[in-house]
Design a protein around this ligand. Structure first.
Ligand SMILES: NC(=O)C1=CN([C@@H]2O[C@H](COP(=O)(O)OP(=O)(O)OC[C@H]3O[C@@H](n4cnc5c(N)ncnc54)[C@H](OP(=O)(O)O)[C@@H]3O)[C@@H](O)[C@H]2O)C=CC1
Ligand SMILES: CCCCCCCCCCCCCCCC(=O)[C@@H](N)CO
Length: 338
């Protein structure tokens, strides 16, 4: 006869073992199911935010891999210059490289943009977006509304127009890639106008991943850390010092590095794509019910995060914010009272 504690221990270890075996079996089945790698060659790709930063780097990389590319943003002069760079990167001369000037933060604008592509796109990257960092109590209703439009609504409107076009034109193996951020997985001081919208994009990716199975459209989301882009230079002008301190002034990857990692993840069929280890820790800590990238290994990485994240949050991030209270009081609060 086993004693009660011994019985429990043996039960627990058996359950753990069964979970490990099941996870390995499941992840290899899932891996086999998506073993057909996605290829850029011959695809018709539509990229919002394609005139600069990440969007332009994705356009150049996909063109170099043989895709037809349409870049989209609001400013035509920037698009004209960018389209030249994408053409120069193309693998062959007969690939289509075009641009559409449109504001995709409305359903009307996004629909018009997708409909003015010369061929119905089969692959869409929603890279348009941008932050206006600042302290929560200093930001206005208009700042929050702009965040909703620029970050969430551009993704929503573009994927709505794209899913309609793909489903109704019988596009097979369509793909929609949404761009979130590390801040779609965690919250950070200074980003209340932006982070929640990036969390919403995660929710959109989960909803669409499920529903667009109807049309054979696959949905993926990318969670980049800092990208050394023109947009970053712009946002750093209003970014609180404390935010910059916590995210690390020297941190960041070039748009080309991000594009490379993103396309690698797209090719592998990863649902949530990351290109830096910190975000990988946050991704695995926030896996929820979505598909994992590497089955059991995702759970092992989550274990590292389980230890490392509370350390970072308590001893680095929150501590830096507490230390900033006095300066904040002098710089922001008393200025308001005056
Ligand atoms: N930079 C960073 O540190 C990080 C960025 N990200 C996200 O990655 C994505 C790319 O960022 P980044 O490379 O910095 O981009 P940039 O800010 O450098 O460029 C943004 C692009 O989006 C276009 N755009 C903005 N609003 C609209 C709109 N309403 N309709 C159409 N086009 C629009 C801009 O052109 P135009 O203004 O002419 O329309 C431009 O082409 C964004 O979603 C961003 O939130 C995520 C993590 C970190
Ligand atoms: C154990 C874990 C240690 C982790 C340390 C990581 C600390 C940094 C977290 C914040 C990084 C923000 C990147 C995205 C920024 C962004 O989306 C904007 N720049 C918008 O353009």
């Amino acid at each position: 006869m086993l004693s009660a504690p011994a019985l429990l221990t043996s039960l627990a270890s058996r359950t753990a073992l069964a979970a490990i075996i099941l996870s390995i079996v499941l992840s290899s089945i899932m891996g086999a199911l998506r073993s057909k790698k996605w290829k850029a060659q011959g695809k018709h790709v539509f990229i919002t935010g394609g005139s600069q930063g990440l969007g332009l780097a994705v356009a150049e990389l996909l063109a170099s891999k043989g895709a037809n590319v349409t870049i989209c943003s609001r400013t035509e002069s920037k698009l004209r210059e960018a389209v030249g760079k994408v053409k120069a990167a193309a693998k062959t001369e007969d690939q289509k490289v075009e641009y559409v000037a449109a504001d995709v933060s409305t359903f009307e604008g996004a629909k018009r943009a997708i409909e003015s592509c010369s061929v119905v796109p089969d692959t869409v990257f929603c890279c348009a977006g941008g932050a206006k960092p600042g302290f929560f109590i200093e930001q206005t209703e208009s700042d929050f509304e702009k965040g909703m439009r620029t970050d969430y609504w551009t993704c929503l409107a573009t994927s709505h127009a794209a899913a309609n076009a793909m489903a109704r034109n019988n596009v097979t193996n369509g793909k929609i890639v949404l761009i979130s951020s590390t801040l779609g997985l965690i919250g950070l001081i200074g980003y209340s106008q932006y982070g929640p919208m990036k969390h919403a994009i995660r929710g959109l990716a989960e909803s669409l991943r499920s529903e667009l199975i109807l049309y054979g459209i696959s949905v993926q989301a990318y969670f980049p850390g800092t990208i050394l882009s023109p947009g970053l230079e712009e946002e750093n002008k209003t970014k609180p010092k404390i935010t910059l301190e916590i995210e690390g002034e020297e941190e960041g990857l070039t748009p080309a590095q991000c594009a490379k990692g993103l396309i690698k993840g797209v090719e592998k069929g990863h649902f949530f794509i990351t290109t830096d280890f910190n975000t990988e820790l946050f991704r695995t800590a926030a896996l929820g019910a979505g598909p994992t990238n590497r089955g059991l290994l995702d759970r092992v990485i989550a274990l590292i995060g389980w230890i490392a994240i509370p350390f970072w949050r308590n001893l680095i991030a929150d501590r830096a914010i507490r230390k900033h209270r006095q300066q904040h009081k002098e710089e922001v609060l008393s200025a308001r009272l005056r």
